[in-house]
Design a protein around this ligand. Structure first.
Ligand SMILES: O=C(O)CCC(=O)C(=O)O
Ligand SMILES: [Fe+2]
Length: 198
């Protein structure tokens, strides 16, 4: 499926700014980065507290920072792993494309389409409020959706390998987003969100 969108267009009708840049590298380069990310990142199953119980996610995650930041989500505190040359290359691409800067990166590995992420916003207290978040995707094409907290309006698009999606302004205050599961997809996908810890 095609997204006929220009990066200059805001995908949201109001209350935030979301720009889809599409692929920001050629597909051979994107495939190479997918392989390197699979091999070089310290992937771990995520532990969450849900209804007071400790649960382990099927998807794998990793969190890296340019400094040893601490970050708490779903009541679990984590310390950022030390920055790597690979992440530096990808952060540079995200910064040049978006004209913004970042100091940390949360990575998610979805082994196949049945793994996804539920509705949430990226509004953890450690994040610099209003700062841009750059989402870079590799591997399987997956659908990504936004839903307005009050009007329940939804906006969705497909995220291609090597693509960049920028969320900024008041987006996280008014919209939640998710990666819906899809039974038909058997290939893995990796997503990186470059963020700014205050
Ligand atoms: O995998 C994605 O595209 C979304 C990831 C996400 O929303 C997050 O890490 O907060
Ligand atoms: Fe998110």
């Amino acid at each position: 499926m095609e997204n006929l969108l220009l990066p200059s267009e805001n995908l949201l009708p109001f209350d935030g700014l979301v720009h889809y840049h599409g692929a920001v590298m050629d597909q051979k380069t994107a495939t190479r980065y997918m392989e390197r990310l699979l091999g070089e990142i310290a992937w771990e199953h995520d532990e969450l507290l849900m209804f007071g119980k400790r649960i382990t996610t099927k998807r794998k995650v990793a969190w890296y920072g340019t400094r040893p930041f601490e970050y708490t989500y779903s009541r679990v505190t984590r310390k950022a792993l030390p920055w790597t040359p690979l992440l530096n290359e990808l952060k540079h691409i995200a910064e040049v494309e978006s004209g913004e800067s970042y100091n940390s990166c949360l990575l998610n590995l979805y082994h196949h389409g049945e793994e996804g992420m539920g509705w949430h916003s990226d509004n953890e207290k450690e994040l610099l409020k209003g700062a841009a978040i750059a989402s870079m995707s590799f591997g399987a094409v997956r659908k990504f959706a936004f839903k307005h907290r009050d009007t329940k309006e939804t906006v969705s698009l497909y995220l291609d390998p090597g693509s960049l999606l920028i969320m900024k302004g008041v987006t996280q205050e008014h919209w939640v987003h998710r990666l819906p599961p899809s039974k038909r997809i058997s290939q893995p996908r990796i997503n990186l969100t470059f963020r700014t810890i205050a």
